[in-house]
Write a protein that binds this ligand. Structure first.
Ligand code: BGC
Length: 765
């Protein structure tokens, strides 16, 4: 029987500190026949209420305090818990199961471990910007280790929602706009987090989210609906989910949006026909927070019982954070509206994953014996700082470097200005799990350590994140998340200008606060907030060389600042070690190698703007402008910075492409280029291969990423990079929704970004 988990993956062992391998990985091959026997036998022992109990996923909170949860555990009314993140707290609940419940079916414990658990790594958008699968595997492995060491069994990650929408706050959580890059990153995360098996001491089960198409919400407005052609869906949006599932993810979290009129939570086609029957997924589906209730608001369920009936029949196994399954399933089964077989089916999936987590063999698998809990959950020794610094540096993208203003020299006087320069909280980004802001390194701290006593470092805050009182109130709705300085905007700015005047060069840390790029943080204006724009303009007026360090969770419109700053470094939200990593790059101790995983527009009005768009019948050619062509009359069609773009402190040249035939069944061509480091420093770059099918039965994108490789080169060194193109790379979903590879000519483009490429054509077959 085929296991749902992948074979062992090869990880960069040298990368990890000893603690990662302190306990041997216990190889475990899931025998599905044995599991089916075990689960079937257990199901026979369960009452209907106990089965329904397994479908309930809740967190401790005002509605379900610990005492209520204890009662529920005793009665077998809860299957899993999320948002409890320490071993002592988790142990209490697992003890209650083992001591008080009739069948002693262990709970599993889940959490949003999206880019780290205790050690916070760059946000996923930043991880994608590294284009470095080894680095991302390191993040997955360490996150899983820290989560499993905290007693967790499952993470609500990775998020593989392709998005062309920077207005959407959750673009920060995904791997960008491209299908292939997202697929590779998602797969890497799943394999790294689950390891040989989620039952291993240092692994957790993943739950790929949000199935499906959440990244395409209309207008980038959170929780909005999605209307999409089947071709677009299968070509560009569904592959990352499928790839992550093929990599063995045990879980799927279902999205909150509707797809072509049918909410994902109610979508039988999506959750059963596609996921189960076509993709053969054997794991668990979990609804998103309160999604079953929301079927009423979507206008597809008449009342709560109807919502439950629709959700379970569509294929939702476990319901997150609502009591509807428990309240209404018993009655629905009694009336015959839902069958026992349907409840059994969902319960079986929950028990299957508990089996795969090893919980039936040892309910304390990720807890260890009593007395073994860490004394201090947030102890410094539990962090993986060296790896966090290394990965963060790899995620930074150098967007502009006028006359080599960077790297900075550790000499003279440097001014650091900006509301994000010393914010420990913001640098961690959204969904920073159990990370502790106090433990993160700000840019101010990083630069202070870097210059030590070799240069003078001055600091001024310069502005608030925003002066818009409404936005401040939004950001501080639940807790004081953004600090609002009591000084006036003018006072803050004057201090910054005076500071800048004393310096040889100015570095400004500007962008978004953590809460501006999060769930429920859609923006209609993706520029820097006005307070920061004004600050930059005032500092620019001093005439000092200006370097912007951007901290943000989406592609921004930085058109104005692009005209003001000599240097721009995109740093996303870079995590616990962000301040060190950014300093490493600013001062040239690390040569930047990141590349944009999203297109940076010139204006919000260009959206959606993405590199792999379709051609039009009236393409605009700026060398021969023609009114009746596809363009805006008030702005260029081109982006400010294209997908795949990023500079280095050295330069790379790419030779013309050579093509060779591959004789294997699926192989088509081997495309090679020689890349040379034509500058004076060692550096890494990402060699990217794009493909275009100029004539096909349906319009095909102007280019699509099909492969990439990260290479490192010494000054003057050359390397030949070869990509094998397969037949599959040439295929697409045609008008009849059949996967086809049509014979004809294809263009291969290779370069170090999506615009500046070498091109060569070949004919297939
Ligand atoms: C989010 C999910 C998340 C869940 C649990 C929801 O609001 O949409 O991505 O996993 O909460 O925290």
């Amino acid at each position: 029987m085929k296991s749902m988990f992948p074979k062992a993956i090869v990880l960069p062992l040298t990368f990890f500190c000893a603690t990662l391998f302190a306990e041997p990985i216990e190889p475990q091959v899931i025998n599905e026949t044995q599991r089916d026997h075990f689960v079937s036998a257990l199901l026979k022992k369960m009452t209907l209420d106990e089965k329904i109990g397994q479908l309930r996923l809740i967190s401790v909170g005002p509605e379900t305090p610990k005492s209520t949860i204890k009662e529920m555990i005793e009665k077998g009314q809860v299957g899993a818990i999320f948002n409890t993140v320490t071993r002592p707290d988790i142990r209490v609940m697992q003890d209650q199961v083992m001591q008080l419940s009739r069948l002693k079916i262990p709970l599993f414990f889940a959490y949003d471990v999206v880019h780290g658990q205790r050690t916070i790594f760059p946000i996923p958008l930043g991880l994608a910007a590294s284009w470095d699968t080894k680095a991302v595997a390191t993040v997955g492995r360490i996150s899983a280790l820290e989560a499993a060491q905290d007693g967790l069994n499952m993470t609500w990650a990775p998020m593989v929602d392709v998005s062309h929408e920077p207005r959407w706050g959750r673009s920060s959580e995904g791997f960008g706009e491209d299908t292939y890059l997202t697929s590779i990153m998602g797969k890497t995360m799943v394999e790294a987090m689950q390891g040989n098996s989620p039952a291993d001491r240092n692994s957790v089960m993943t739950s790929v989210k949000h199935f499906a198409l959440y990244g395409a919400v209309e207008g980038g407005r959170e929780y909005n609906s999605v209307d999409m052609s089947p071709q677009q869906m299968f070509q560009h949006y569904l592959p990352p989910y499928q790839t992550a599932l093929q990599a063995g993810s045990g879980g799927v979290m279902v999205s909150l949006n509707a797809i072509n009129g049918v909410p994902a939570t109610a979508n039988h086609w999506l959750l059963t026909d596609l996921l189960r029957h076509q993709w053969h997924f054997k794991g668990i589906t979990v609804s998103d927070h309160g999604a079953i209730k929301e079927l009423i608001n979507h206008g597809v369920a008449s009342d709560p019982a109807d919502a439950v009936r629709i959700a379970i029949k569509a294929g939702i196994d476990m319901s997150m954070s609502d009591q509807y399954y428990s309240q209404y399933l018993p009655g629905l089964v009694k009336s015959g509206a839902v069958t026992v077989a349907e409840v059994d089916n969902a319960t079986r999936h929950v028990l299957n994953v508990k089996y795969d987590m090893g919980l039936f063999r040892d309910a304390y698998r990720h807890l260890g014996p009593v007395g073994s809990d860490p004394q201090d959950t947030n102890a410094e020794e539990r962090l993986h700082r060296a790896q966090a610094r290394d990965v963060a540096a790899k995620s930074l993208v150098l967007l502009k470097n006028w006359h080599n203003v960077l790297p900075l020299k550790k000499q003279g006087t440097i001014a650091l200005i900006g509301p994000l320069a010393d914010s420990q909280r913001d640098i961690m980004g959204s969904w920073s799990a159990a990370g502790v802001a106090k433990q993160s390194v700000t840019l101010l701290q990083g630069m202070r350590e870097a210059v030590a006593n070799r240069a003078t470092l001055l600091y001024a805050r310069g502005s608030n994140i925003t002066d818009n009182a409404k936005v401040q109130a939004f950001l501080n709705l639940y807790e004081p998340a953004v600090v609002v300085d009591s000084r006036s905007a003018k006072q803050l700015r004057d201090e910054a200008v005076a500071t800048a005047k004393k310096a040889d060069v100015v570095v400004m840390a500007v962008g978004e606060s953590q809460g501006m790029a999060h769930e429920a943080s859609s923006r209609s204006d993706i520029r820097l907030p006005k307070a920061q724009r004004d600050l930059i303009t005032a500092v620019k007026a001093t005439g000092k060389p200006l370097i912007l360090v951007l901290m943000n969770g989406r592609a921004l419109d930085i058109t104005q600042q692009d005209g003001q700053a000599e240097g721009i470094l995109e740093t996303w939200f870079s995590g616990t070690e962000g301040g060190h990593a950014i300093s490493d790059v600013l001062f040239g101790d690390v040569n930047p190698s990141g590349k944009l995983p999203v297109t940076f527009p010139r204006s919000v009005g260009q959206l959606p703007l993405y590199y792999n768009h379709l051609p039009t019948g009236r393409p605009y050619d700026f060398t021969h402008p023609n009114k009746y062509t596809s363009h805006y009359f008030d702005i260029n069609n081109s982006p400010l910075y294209p997908f795949g773009f990023g500079l280095s402190y050295t330069t790379f040249s790419v030779s013309p492409i050579t093509l060779a035939s591959i004789s294997s069944e699926q192989g088509v061509k081997a495309a090679s280029v020689t890349v040379t480091n034509s500058g004076k420093r060692a550096g890494s770059t990402i060699v990217q291969l794009y493909l275009h099918d100029p004539v096909a039965s349906i319009s095909r994108p102007v280019k699509e990423l099909k492969a990439f490789q990260k290479i490192q080169l010494q000054p003057g060194e050359s390397k030949t990079v070869t990509f094998a193109l397969s037949k599959n790379d040439l295929g697409f979903w045609n008008q009849q929704m059949k996967w086809v590879v049509e014979p004809g000519e294809f263009d291969v483009m290779i370069g170090t970004d999506s615009v500046h490429t070498e091109t060569k054509s070949f004919t297939y077959p």
